[in-house]
Design a protein around this ligand. Structure first.
Ligand code: KG4
Ligand code: ZN
Length: 332
């Protein structure tokens, strides 16, 4: 059985995984440094980088051992690593380690775009995935609609022109005095709130597939200040309602314009219960499957990087050892 080692250190998760050629996950380890960042209300790059240095070695060892491989001579087919986009200091930790493993073990290094990794996540749980596919990739750093004709063959239809969806969740949560990350907490509160309590704009409802969440964020703050009588759950539900409405309207427009065999969600915000329910409903309406990854596959992990790594290894072979991290590497 040929295995590829995937390494992910683009933000606050230190992850390693072994995935076989049929994209079966043989082992996957994820350690988060989120507890270090909570009191700062967001990820502190310096702390994240230091945490990766301390954690990556043991995480890789656990992943190798978990797959029944020898740590010193694991005989993997290649090492796939996220080289962008992300926090540059964090990326460099993973990339440097991956280069060292590649040199010592004498196997190819495969540089992977983190966002492309997210696109492979639904496939890891659903090998029967139908193509072409529309994927809504929503995380703390990105909000993108991608049309995929097959694994690794994609076209970006639209993206956010300002904040990412998760970023909007986190900023509104911060304003409401909720903890970091704010998405899960707003999601939980919204379940018992009235989404019509505040009247908020559903931005970017015109042509095209681009998103904008910055205006909504300011509108929530203004409306909540003006209506102090409206409770926290109702504010959370109103904000979430408007944000999810924008996401789903754009996804609906994309499904109407492109005959696809399925829709998928990816990224941390894909864990959102309202978004999952709406996307499931949309898919049902168009009589196509909705691929809603498990929570572990929505958030950052190395199995998705390993999967994308197999694809690039087969297509282009390995990357040059002189490759550097690209914190702004666009999905194109
Ligand atoms: O993909 P991810 O783990 O990290 C990257 O940004 O790459 O996404 C994290 C983001 C955070 O902004 C967090 O607030 C958001 O995903 N998030 C959620 C939920 N769970 C996580 N947003 C809304 N509802 C959730 N249930
Ligand atoms: Zn991510």
């Amino acid at each position: 059985m040929r295995l590829i080692l995937g390494i992910e250190t683009s933000c606050d998760e230190t992850a390693a995984a072994l995935v076989d050629e049929d994209l079966r996950i043989v082992s996957s380890v994820v350690e988060s440094s989120i507890d270090l960042h909570r009191s700062f209300g967001g990820v502190v790059p310096e702390l994240a980088g230091r945490a990766h240095v301390a954690t990556l070695g043991p995480v890789v060892e656990r992943a190798l051992t978990g797959a029944g491989l020898e740590v010193r001579n694991p005989q993997v087919a290649a090492v796939a690593v996220t080289s962008g986009p992300g926090l540059v200091g964090s990326l460099l930790v993973g990339l440097s380690a991956a280069k060292a493993y590649s040199l010592v073990w004498g196997v190819p290094l495969v540089a992977v775009n983190h966002l492309e990794g997210h696109l492979f996540a639904p496939l890891l749980e659903r090998p029967d995935l139908a193509w072409p596919l529309l994927t809504l990739l929503v995380s703390g750093g990105h909000s993108i609609i991608v049309l995929q004709s097959g694994p690794g063959d994609f076209r970006v239809l639209g993206e956010t022109i300002d904040d990412a969806a998760g970023e909007a969740y986190d900023k509104v949560a911060r304003y409401l005095g909720l903890g970091y990350p704010g998405g899960p907490e707003i999601d939980r509160l919204a379940a018992s709130g009235d989404a019509h309590a505040l009247t908020l704009p559903v931005s970017m409802t015109g042509e095209g597939y681009d998103f904008s969440f910055s205006g909504l964020k300011s509108a929530v703050v203004r409306a909540a200040d003006a209506h102090r009588e409206v409770g926290l759950a109702d504010v959370a539900a109103s904000f979430q309602g408007a944000l999810v409405e924008q996401l789903v309207r754009k996804l609906r427009a994309a499904v109407e314009a492109h005959p696809v065999a399925g829709v998928a969600l990816a990224g941390g915000v894909a864990a959102n219960s309202a978004l999952r329910a709406r996307v499931a409903g949309l898919a049902e309406e168009f009589a196509i499957p909705a691929y809603l990854p498990s929570l572990a596959m929505c958030t950052d992990n190395a199995a998705m990087i390993a999967a994308a790594g197999w694809h690039h290894l087969a297509r282009e072979g390995g990357s040059d050892l002189s490759i550097s991290a690209d914190p702004n590497w666009a999905l194109a």
